[in-house]
Write a protein that binds this ligand. Structure first.
Ligand code: ZN
Length: 430
């Protein structure tokens, strides 16, 4: 078994690995890069896309699937293998991304049809025979709905490899904790937070609660830029719990102003068999875990335009997560200049994005940011809720490796910056 890294080996985006075994070319993830990260361009791959037999997807985040449309257009006709929920998420996620590319409507439709035709959903925890004596098993990674880690085993010679994909933190809302991995010879392990530990969930929920209650006291709006897949649903879940357990926000409307976020929230709702026990127990008691009385969907553009100018109080969740585009931008253009409003960041803001600029200049006198070609003054209160991560932290990663019955012969760290990989390597004794 030979593993070649074609992206995401030394950075956190663009995940793409090629496993060559038993005469097969098996690709694991084919993600897009963000910011300054780099991947190996397809024309420089050791095998042409048309020669790749299988594409396995660990989950539907764009940094793991974003280049799949290019792969198909470059001649890939193999099978795409993932979990059932990932198959469901694949088309909406990639249709949305392709909407920002140079492809016209017909091209997008053609790729979307091919994606649907080539992809197959599989269950967690079962062994499936692939071909030429190679079998595979998907484990629940607890990172987002449908996320998995993948174990391949070949019989001649007997050899096994596990790709962790992105691992979730224990106690992530809605989802169960990651499964315990079976032993393997080679482990390809993500190291996003290899040098950090997150605060605990209760602390984070308490901070969210206090920010919201203070922010809403003056009847302003609270803007929350959030990624459509994962973060948006976690936020709805936590707010649902906060609102049910206290009297803050009982009459405050919460708007999801993101067509993609709404579609994905619908998929999260439909796949209830993949929820954790806490979410299932709520549901059984008549409290839908990601829906509540004051939660409103903003589907069409007309209603979005209307929402931009209605007065507060209101909580508005919209994409994109780093304010680089999407419906949140119009809200910020309208409301960032008003003192009664608040902006709450719950995710990482990469350098070069408006989100990062807002964080940088919000405390400065006359701080401003460029949004949609306009210079917007930052008078709203800006908060950053750190520790909101769907990723395992350093101790979780170490615990996950130590839970294996036998230590892998080799562990390769990927999906992390240099310091995260170095620190985790030292802690794992590599
Ligand atoms: Zn991810």
């Amino acid at each position: 078994m030979n593993v070649i890294h074609l992206g995401g080996a030394d950075c956190v985006t663009g995940s793409c690995h090629l496993l060559q075994a038993a005469g097969l070319n098996i690709m694991v993830d084919c993600g897009a890069v963000q910011g300054n990260d780099r991947v190996v361009p397809m024309e420089k791959w050791p095998v042409a896309p048309s020669k790749i037999d299988y594409l396995f997807l660990t989950h539907a985040h764009i940094d793991h699937i974003g280049r799949v449309p290019d792969l198909i257009e470059q001649g890939f006709v193999g099978e795409i293998i993932c979990t059932h929920p990932t198959k469901e998420l694949l088309v909406p996620m990639l249709e949305d991304t392709m909407g920002f590319s140079l492809r016209n409507h017909d091209k997008i439709q053609k790729v979307a049809d091919l994606l649907d035709e080539l992809s197959w959903g599989f269950e967690y925890g079962k062994i499936f025979n692939l071909k030429n004596g190679i079998c595979f098993k998907l484990g629940n990674a607890g990172h987002i709905l449908g996320s998995c880690f993948i174990r391949f085993e070949s019989d001649h010679p007997n050899c096994s490899v596990v790709f962790s994909g992105d691992l979730g933190a224990p106690n992530t809302p809605i989802l169960p904790d990651p499964d315990i991995p079976e032993p393997c010879d080679l482990l390809i392990l993500e190291a996003t937070y290899g040098d950090r530990n997150h605060g605990d969930r209760t602390e984070r929920v308490n901070r969210l609660k206090s920010i919201l209650s203070r922010a809403l006291a003056d009847n302003g709006k609270v803007y929350i830029p959030a990624f459509a897949l994962g973060r948006c649903q976690e936020l709805i879940y936590e707010m649902d719990r906060i609102f049910s357990a206290s009297n803050i926000g009982t009459r405050i409307p919460v708007f999801i102003d993101s067509p993609l976020g709404l579609e994905i929230t619908g998929i999260y709702s439909r796949f209830s068999e993949f929820w954790d026990n806490e979410a299932l127990a709520l549901y059984k008691n008549g409290d839908h875990p990601i829906d509540f009385k004051n939660l409103y969907s903003v589907e069409n553009h007309q209603n979005h335009v209307r929402l931009v100018s209605v007065p507060g109080p209101a909580i508005i969740i919209g994409g994109s997560g780093m304010c680089t585009g999407g419906r949140i931008v119009a809200h910020l253009v309208e409301g960032l200049g008003s003192r009664e409003n608040d902006l709450l960041f719950v995710g990482y803001q990469a350098s070069g994005t408006p989100g990062r600029d807002i964080l940088r200049y919000c405390r400065k006198r006359n701080g401003y940011v460029w949004l949609d070609g306009e210079k917007i003054m930052i008078n709203a209160d800006v908060h950053q809720l750190t520790g909101y991560s769907a990723h395992a932290d350093q101790k979780d990663l170490i615990n996950w490796v130590n839970a294996m019955e036998r230590r892998p012969r080799e562990i390769r760290l990927v999906h992390g910056d240099a310091n995260a990989r170095k620190t985790l390597a030292a802690r794992l004794g590599l």
